[in-house]
Design a protein around this ligand. Structure first.
Ligand code: DQA
Length: 149
């Protein structure tokens, strides 16, 4: 059994009501519940955190090795485009992670085209809607299964 951590950045607590034409109608609760079920079916433990505060996400990443986290899935939201602190936290802990975006950021404003994380992420998923979270979990499972075989 592996331990997966799913991190959601600023404003993702508003999923469901926030710009539904861009982000869909699924709520964060819906997403977290279905990820937990999917992880259980794959034999993994999954914990989640949403925060609007950059330092809380940094703290969680820093604490991940001690918490026994094997893999992280993160939608850093707007912090994708601004946060060297989150990048440095990932480099410090050296835990593999997948960066996911609900929308196709490359079809949007040019300030969303740059990510401070993509080049150190194991994979990047974007533009698949909230289904991207399920894809990320399958990607994480594939990585963890290959590691243990
Ligand atoms: C997002 C894309 C970001 O540019 C934006 O700031 C978000 C959500 C996405 O999931 O598509 O808050 O990460």
């Amino acid at each position: 059994m592996s331990h997966l951590l799913v991190l959601h950045g600023p404003n993702l607590n508003l999923l469901g009501s926030r710009e539904p034409d861009v982000y869909g109608v699924e709520t964060l609760k819906d997403i977290n519940e279905s990820l937990k079920k999917q992880a259980e079916n794959l034999g993994h433990q999954l914990t989640t955190l949403q925060s609007n505060a950059e330092h809380e996400l940094v703290d969680k990443i820093q604490a991940a090795p001690q918490a026994g986290v094997d893999f992280i899935i993160i939608n850093p939201a707007a912090l994708t485009h601004t946060s060297i602190a989150i990048r440095d936290a990932f480099s410090a802990v050296n835990i593999p992670f997948i960066e996911i975006h609900i929308s196709n950021v490359f079809q949007r404003e040019s300030f969303r085209h740059h990510s401070f994380l993509s080049d150190i992420a194991q994979s990047v998923i974007c533009g698949c809607g909230t289904y991207g979270y399920q894809l990320a979990l399958l990607g994480a499972n594939n990585h963890l299964t290959n590691l243990s075989s």
